[in-house]
Design a protein around this ligand. Structure first.
Ligand code: HGY
Ligand code: MN
Ligand code: MN
Length: 430
């Protein structure tokens, strides 16, 4: 049952709306053993989350549109009529899917904060007669984590053309189910998949609020920051060949053990990252046949490499690639995101709005942060959309883990900051 908005102006203000929305999401895809989330694209959990988003949009009288790849857009105002007048919409939002055993905040904090920010602006409209000069949209991007089919930000990459529909439809999950089949089972037409210039034309600017995936704000003792950019980063699949045989009867000299090449690549990734000042992770591996007493016939590992300097990331990947090729592996680049700079004018405007509204006595106003985490805002920015981010303090600094956290007061500070920047961006003559 969607929560009835409009009580955001009550004494408990933002919490009065934020908390029920958060509680409604809390159980969806949660593993009671770990407290982590499994919310993968085009699964039952994803369906539940999409239905929740649609109900909350309807409860606010927002017009819900699903684009060619399944991203959900909820609009206050008519973005097409505004686009005819050369006025792009002001969009916020994020994603609802997770990594395996992910935290509660990565993605959902941006979507829930966006809905509550709309409630704050609606209350201001009722109280002050304020009306946005531009449509305001809330987006739920599909498959941002790429946890099931392996390509991150798939929804935003597809509509911007950064990911070809043909490549996406052929992606398969651990069970061998293709994205095409998963879409069909979810009642979507896989052949509709492709770039969606109409969806993008509606967006004048995009501001994504996200839990910080690090400790910078905790160290700065500030609840909210403005994002400046995203490090270059990518994913590579490493397939190591071997020969299945009996663990107890095959002499060492006779073995072709795929695990050895994989293990060397893992150690090389760490050494190369240290050498080049980057981050390299091999966090996912698949072993065939996967028997304790069977020498592996094949091992597939996935490399995630990132860093502030593109050449250093490439050098890190090259070193791992050379090691893998020595073991006879094939190496496939699955995704690459270049250095991403958010719209500097937009970021400056956010700082102007928030610097004034930030905690008193801070001469430097609101902090600015870069990040090594990928986001849909980065994909849109690289497609020429004016985009920026807001980060909310995470005292643990941990993410992609059940330990990810944001204090309720900081979540509310994030909502108020988001509402302030949306009001400025969508305001009269904006
Ligand atoms: O991988 C990332 O940085 C993001 O969480 N998709
Ligand atoms: Mn994430
Ligand atoms: Mn995220």
């Amino acid at each position: 049952m969607a929560h009835r908005p409009g009580t955001v102006d009550s004494p408990r203000g933002v919490a009065n709306v934020f908390d029920p929305l958060w509680s409604a999401l809390e159980p969806v895809g949660r593993d009671p053993r770990t407290g982590g989330y499994r919310r993968f694209a085009w699964t039952r959990e994803d369906h539940t989350l999409r239905e929740w988003f649609a109900a909350e949009a309807a409860a606010r009288g927002l017009d819900l549109v699903e684009d060619r790849v399944g991203n959900q857009w909820a609009w206050w105002g008519d973005p097409d009529a505004a686009a005819e007048r050369g006025l792009g919409g002001v969009v916020t939002g994020s994603h609802l899917d997770s990594v395996p055993d992910g935290g509660a905040f990565d993605g959902p904090l941006g979507v829930v904060s966006a809905l509550v920010a709309i409630d704050l602006l609606r209350a201001a409209a009722a109280r002050e007669g304020w009306q946005p000069a531009r449509p305001i949209g809330v987006v739920n991007f599909a498959d941002e984590e790429g946890a099931r089919f392996g390509v991150a930000c798939a929804g935003s990459r597809l509509i911007t053309g950064a990911l070809a529909a043909s490549k996406a439809l052929a992606l398969t999950d651990a069970d061998g189910t293709s994205l095409a089949e998963a879409l069909r089972r979810a009642g979507r037409d896989p052949h509709a998949l492709g770039p969606d210039p109409q969806a993008l034309r509606r967006v004048g600017c995009f501001v994504e609020l996200h839990v910080e995936q690090g400790r910078a704000l905790a160290d700065l003792d500030h609840p909210v920051a403005v994002g400046t950019g995203i490090w270059p980063h990518g994913r590579w699949r490493l397939d190591f060949p071997g020969e299945a045989n009996h663990a107890g009867t095959t002499r060492l000299a006779d073995r072709h053990d795929a695990m050895l090449g994989y293990a060397a690549a893992v150690l090389t990734a760490r050494a190369a990252a240290e050498r080049h000042g980057c981050l390299a992770t091999i966090g996912k591996v698949a072993v065939q046949p996967g028997g304790v007493n069977a020498i592996p016939s094949g091992v597939t590992g996935w490399l995630d490499a990132r860093g502030a300097d593109e050449a250093a990331v490439r050098a890190t990947v090259d070193q791992v690639r050379d090691e893998a090729l020595r073991a006879g592996a094939t190496v496939t680049e699955e995704s690459w995101t270049p250095t991403t700079a958010f719209d500097a004018d937009l970021a400056r405007r956010l700082r102007g709005t928030l610097g004034a509204a930030g905690p008193k006595g801070r001469p430097d106003g609101i902090p600015v942060l870069g990040t090594g985490a990928g986001h849909d805002a980065g994909i849109l920015a690289n497609a020429g959309v004016s985009a920026a981010m807001l980060f909310v303090r995470n005292p643990t600094g941990v993410s992609h883990s059940p330990r990810e956290w944001a204090e309720p007061d900081d979540c509310r500070a994030g909502v108020r900051a988001l509402a302030a920047v949306l009001r400025d961006l969508a305001g009269e003559g904006a």
